[in-house]
Design a protein around this ligand. Sequence first.
Ligand code: UGA
Length: 409
Amino acid sequence: MDKLAERIDFLRQGGIPIYEPGLDDLVARNVEQGRLSFTTDLAEAMAGARAVFVAVGTPSVRRGNGYADLSYVYQAAEEIAANLVQDYTVVIDKSTVPVGTARQVQRLIAKANPRAVFDMVSNPEFLREGAAISDFMRPDRVVVGSGSQRAFDVMREIYNPLYLNGTPIVETTLETAELIKYAANAFLAMKISFINEMANLCEAVGADVKPLAKAVGLDGRIGGKFLHPGPGYGGSCFPKDTLALLRIAQEHGSTSRMVEAAVEVNAAQKGRMIKKIRDALGGSEAGKTIGVLGLTFKPETDDLREAPALTILPALSEKGAALQVHDPQGMGEAAKIMPECRYLDDPYAVATGADALILMTEWNQYRALDLQRLRALMAQPLFIDLRNVYEPVMMREAGFTYIGVGRLQ
Ligand code: UGA
């Protein structure tokens, strides 16, 4: 159920409102077999339901201040309350919400409908955009927060068919489940900021971050994932959730200096990338043509929220650089936000006449570019690889001046 009639109509016609690999087939299969249908009518959606998932958005109230806008959550709660007419229903919060929200929703429903027989569950989601289906089907763990054994039983029933493969289910309280979500995202953000700092340190001392990350990550206690340096983390989750965690800590008279540092390092990293590009262009980007490959915050999504490109590109264009860009999925949205860029159809058009080519997002189609063709098209063979996709030696051999993040030159 969604309130947006046009979205429901679009889904009913077989449309998928976001780009997520495999989602169209998965939805089509389930619709065809009668397991999935779409409606704007909550009563219809809830009829006979033992479990109701709330997965509404919780955007920041103002960008960057850490307050989540919970109005959609509370509005959904009011409407669910009015439709709780059956014997027993589990109301499950899937949205990422500040600690205490599920309990607040529980109170709200109980007050709005004193006859409702229900339990509240917090069931945070850990999937990544671009890998949503496989992450959901094969999660590392499932977290279920509740105060009721009956609710735990319903949740086990829901997840059992998916998780017969032994996925651990962590059962805990509402508040703990809510905090787990923030703790997990904050830890991953810290890992990224940590490796970005190490990359910067590598540049300072003349070391190479690639073998460093590999060797450090091979320690099982540390783990190799999320140790790829880059232009800083973006997306709808890490930037928002780290700030929300800090806000939650502050509101409860506590702090997290580690997460604070991760946020600061991430902001500084985007600035460092701007300086890296400027320095590579001889100290000024004015009058230079810069080609950019990738705009979205990560590959396999059309999502531009908090993408490093949205900070880095306007800063370059403000100083007089002409930007020509490509992204396999994000150009429609980007054109609305950054009308100053020229949007081109393929990577080679982006390279044409460019004084520098920046690899901003590591889409697969940028991993095996025809280097000779690129170099021949460019005004200057300067390749700035903000995702360390290419190897410095190979790029030098291909005739490029190559600059990575934390790589030995
Ligand atoms: C993130 C978490 O990974 C999910 O577990 C979580 O469910 C989700 O947030 C959420 O809270 O909904 P997502 O934002 O989709 O998922 O994407 P990630 O793959 O985590 O990437 C986030 C950002 O970190 C991207 O900008 C990516 O480029 C950057 N990143 C990631 C790095 O710079 N280095 C890395 O090693 C890994």
